[in-house]
Design a binder for this molecule. Structure first.
Ligand code: ATP
Length: 228
């Protein structure tokens, strides 16, 4: 689905990786190792200084930025909703492309397991967990094939974080989504991931199936990181 070939950018050195359809690929590793920078290359928030990125077999810059970002949605750590109601936020993106249909919000609220009566609520009057669900629903409103998640639950308490994880996993099954997620919470790497990419000093130090690579790390760096 997505392939990087010898990509370098800023702190990132010679990154090669692949993410298959319906995989949950997790980028984890120490602070400053380049996880977020790597994530932002997936939907062209930044472009490589060297190397190439392919999306569905084509060079990523063959796609228009708008088209690419509809297909490859991004969810950040903080909800970044704009002032207005839940409905205003959900319909904004699809309205720009004329694809919004009245009633679409019902399905979106269901996907993220929010009650329908929140539809007209001002987003400022929602809890942090509810706001993050609205953000996710807004990203899903564009019908993406890939979701990029930058520490999507780190601002939430443990119970809410696990509820959002369940919503995300169900979306993979229901909609066949592919996900690339940055997190530094090892319990979340274990619960969520199918493929792990351990980052260290701007490189992918080790890649492997999850949870296997956490139980049998191959490199000293990953061993030391896991021992904390
Ligand atoms: N274009 C650039 N040129 C040089 N350095 C950069 C550039 N872009 C980012 N950096 C630096 O690279 C480092 C890696 O940043 P990044 O945010 O990707 O790490 P991270 O692993 O996501 O960290 P954290 O877990 O703390 O969020 C940071 O020190 C950042 O300031």
């Amino acid at each position: 689905m997505i392939e990087f070939k010898n990509v370098s950018y800023g702190p990132l050195k010679n990154i090669s990786l692949s993410v298959d359809k319906q995989e949950i690929a997790i980028l984890f590793g120490p602070s400053g190792s380049g996880k977020s920078t790597l994530l932002y290359l997936f939907n062209r928030l930044i472009d490589p200084e060297q190397g190439e990125i392919f999306y569905k077999g084509k060079p990523i810059d063959d796609f228009s930025i708008t088209g690419l970002r509809q297909n490859v949605g991004l969810l950040l750590q903080s909800p970044n909703l704009f002032p207005g109601s839940v409905l205003d936020n959900l319909k904004y993106g699809p309205s720009l492309t004329g694809s919004w249909k009245e009633g679409d919000e019902k399905r979106l609220l269901e996907y993220v397991q929010l009650p329908q009566d929140l539809r007209d609520r001002d987003v400022d009057h929602l809890s942090g967990g509810q706001q993050q669900r609205v953000s996710l629903a807004r990203t899903l409103a564009n019908e993406p094939e890939v979701l990029l998640l930058d520490e999507p639950t780190s601002a939430l308490d443990n119970n809410t974080a696990e509820e959002i994880e369940i919503v995300l996993k169900e979306l993979i099954e229901e909609k066949g989504l592919t996900m690339v997620m940055v997190t530094h919470q090892l319990d979340q790497v274990r619960r969520m991931g199918t493929k792990g990419m351990f980052m260290n000093e701007g490189t992918i130090q080790e890649t492997g199936g999850l949870p296997g690579m956490l139980d049998n790390p191959e490199t000293l760096e990953l061993k030391e990181y896991l021992e904390g």
